[in-house]
Design a protein around this ligand. Sequence first.
Ligand code: GTP
Ligand code: ZN
Length: 393
Amino acid sequence: MFEPNDPACRVARNADALRAIGWQPALAAALEALVEDGDHQSLADSGQLLRVSAVFRDSLRLHDGEAELDARLHPRLARQLAEAGTEIATGDWVLASADEHDAAGPLWVELRVPPLTHLVRRDAEGRRHVLASNVDVALLVMGLDLDFNPRRLERYVALVLASGVEPVVVLTKADRVAPDEAARAALVGDEIEALQQRLGPHRGKPISIVAVNGTLPSAAATLAPWLGAGRTLVLLGSSGAGKSTLTNTLLRADGGAPVQRIQAVREHDHRGQHTTTTRTLHRLPGGGCVIDTPGLRALRPDLDEGALAASFADIEALAAQCRFRDCSHADEPGCAVRAAVHPDRLANWRKLLREARRDTMSALERQQLVSVWKARGRQAKVALRLKRGEGER
Ligand SMILES: Nc1nc2c(ncn2[C@@H]2O[C@H](COP(=O)(O)OP(=O)(O)OP(=O)(O)O)[C@@H](O)[C@H]2O)c(=O)[nH]1
Ligand SMILES: [Zn+2]
């Protein structure tokens, strides 16, 4: 099943185009397991495999590797996802079918392939929001102008590493840091080195950092090592960092005309403010695809303490050398962490740790609440059956 060369399989109709935008064996295996478990065989035979390229409030856009189609989330799937505490996101793979009564209308999305990766953030109330699914590389876009903020970058790195996605820091506006070429190169080089030191290595390798002028085609050449057929990139960064500029440069990399981008939708968030909520997936000319995201005002990664430790491995390692085993690296004498780690990085780690603890706590509380509701639901059903006289039979 789902074998690209099996002509009987509708999923495989345009397997090459799907593979170019990220379809891969691990996803095929996940889909296969889901179909077998959930009795979805007829859907698997008749449905079309597509990738979510944009999520709107009441509709979706799906990509078949060549073109985009309009679709809607089937209420049954919407319910299942809500119950599982997850949501459909740009980058998800889905099975969709035409409407029985309206063949030309939007497709119905009936099944979501369990994502391999999930970029998740938490909002101010601690609720989880999926930014994108099935991503290989996250380009953390930060301007070398007033946007430059290592603390915020650290939060992005933590979010990305916690999701099992490779981070690549892309410093934009490198052309603006100094008027002449030589001074510019020196300044940018120093900045990259300082950042590299601050972020430390991850799994023994330094985190990749590049500097570009996002408006020039050379930016695409700089990012070439992370591009390519089948790869999915996501761009993250604050508003004005240069994400859209870079996306357009990548989309134009074959020298063609700029690709028409989907108009971002403005919606009211819960504070009544306007926010750009669309994340859109675009196919790149050289294969692969890129997901552009709106700037996030306040980024709160979805982390537990273990995931946080992975992004701040330097602190974990140094802590073993502190004089006191339970050193909090605040004002204890003989603290190896305070001696070696940038104070700003240490403060950021402390803040993230507080947030992680708070989120873990509320997640537990939420879980307890759900089991209380479930027990109540069961009781209500039993009571109803007893009332109907079915209970004792
Ligand atoms: N000189 C220079 N200007 C840049 C560069 N990258 C982006 N810009 C400019 O910076 C401004 C903001 O860039 P955008 O690409 O719109 O920023 P964004 O991150 O997409 O912002 P949001 O869509 O609000 O999230 C634009 O005026 C760009 O032309 C760069 O590398 N060099
Ligand atoms: Zn210490």
